[in-house]
Ligand binder design. Structure first.
Ligand SMILES: NC(=O)C[C@H](N)C(=O)O
Length: 331
């Protein structure tokens, strides 16, 4: 039986070429990117159906675009002949799209995001190798049940927690623990682990397009201006990127208490690369004070994925007190 891999293109550096000023822009269709790769894979009875959803730099994607990606992945999986789905995506925001897909993905078949750090016209372009690996993983029965994956530079990473860790090197992504679920070695998937149990969310996609969740940074001397401005603009959630294990100052604690009273859910994360946030410190501005003021620690999730979780919960559950209560089960 012929198995089908659906490939959905969204743009990113993997689809980019340099213009006359040397600036890279996504212009290539995913058809052209996959052309020729499949024959070289030696996969018998595999058929690739590639099409573009859009051709954008991933920094320019909107929440509505991400909802389109989720809908189209689901539509592709409606075809029982499809064994897996590959999404080509810019690396800048792939962690957000991958996590949104993972939150809603209950199917055993793999969904694989990949991309590139070097444009398609670079002599040492990494896109073709990454796309080849992503197709191999999507077609491999051993990838069933692994959830949504980021396949990049030979590594197979679980969507949840995975972050972009380098601005331009080809090893662009890492899991928070530095590990991986597997590798692609000599054109074959080697599975090294199983993904941690994940609660799924049946997100109303029309609703996530309407919910506003912002991200506010903490730094020495910061006050509550940004938090209050986001609330005034209609934010129903704000992710606070705190310092250290999740700390700020008394002005931020006061603003967090105000937002909580107004029904805005404040998620607490950190600007530190690894480790969980926790309410350890007091003194009026520490993590313990932020939690007492209503902020909800986001575990090991960092700002981008924390925002996606808040969006999903607010779109699905709605009521802020219930969102705060449900949130820890998704960490
Ligand atoms: N490497 C990349 O794909 C970066 C690009 N700016 C993007 O996210 O679309």
């Amino acid at each position: 039986m012929t198995v089908r891999i659906a490939v959905l293109g969204t743009g990113g550096t993997i689809a980019s070429r340099r213009d006359e000023h040397g600036a890279a822009q996504p212009v290539e269709t995913v058809d052209r990117l996959t052309e020729g790769l499949v024959a070289g894979l030696g996969l018998r009875d595999v058929e690739v159906a590639a099409r573009d959803l859009f051709v954008k730099d991933s920094s320019a994607l909107t929440t509505a675009d991400q909802a389109v990606i989720v809908r189209e992945v689901r539509a592709a999986l409606d075809d029982p002949a499809v064994r897996g789905v590959v999404v080509t995506h810019g690396t800048d925001t792939a962690e957000e799209t991958a996590y949104l897909l993972d939150l809603v993905h209950t199917d055993d078949r793999p969904v694989v995001l990949t991309g590139a750090q070097r444009p398609a016209d670079a002599p040492d372009a990494d896109g073709p190798g990454n796309l080849r690996d992503a197709l191999l993983v999507a077609a491999d029965p051993a990838a069933r049940g692994l959830g949504v994956l980021v396949v990049f530079d030979g590594r197979v990473l679980a969507a949840r927690g995975t972050r972009k860790v380098h601005t331009h090197e080809v090893t662009a992504f890492a899991q928070p623990d530095g590990g991986s679920l597997g590798r692609v070695v000599d054109g074959r998937l080697v599975v090294d682990g199983v993904p941690a149990h994940r609660e799924h969310l049946d997100i109303g996609l029309a609703d996530i397009e309407r919910v506003r969740v912002d991200i506010a940074a903490v730094y020495p001397g910061v006050d509550g201006t940004a938090l209050r401005a986001f609330a005034a603009a209609g934010a129903r959630g704000v992710v606070l990127v705190a310092t250290g294990s999740g700390n700020a100052n008394p002005a931020i604690v006061e603003a967090v208490a105000e937002l909580t009273d107004r029904g805005v859910v404040v998620g607490l994360t950190t600007r530190v690369d690894t480790g969980p946030v926790a309410g350890i410190y007091g003194g009026g501005g520490g993590g313990a004070d932020l939690v007492a003021a209503g902020a909800v620690p986001l575990g090991t999730l960092r700002a981008g994925q924390g925002r996606i979780l808040l969006l999903g919960l607010l779109a699905t559950i709605g009521d802020p007190a219930q969102v705060r209560a449900a949130l820890p089960t998704y960490l």
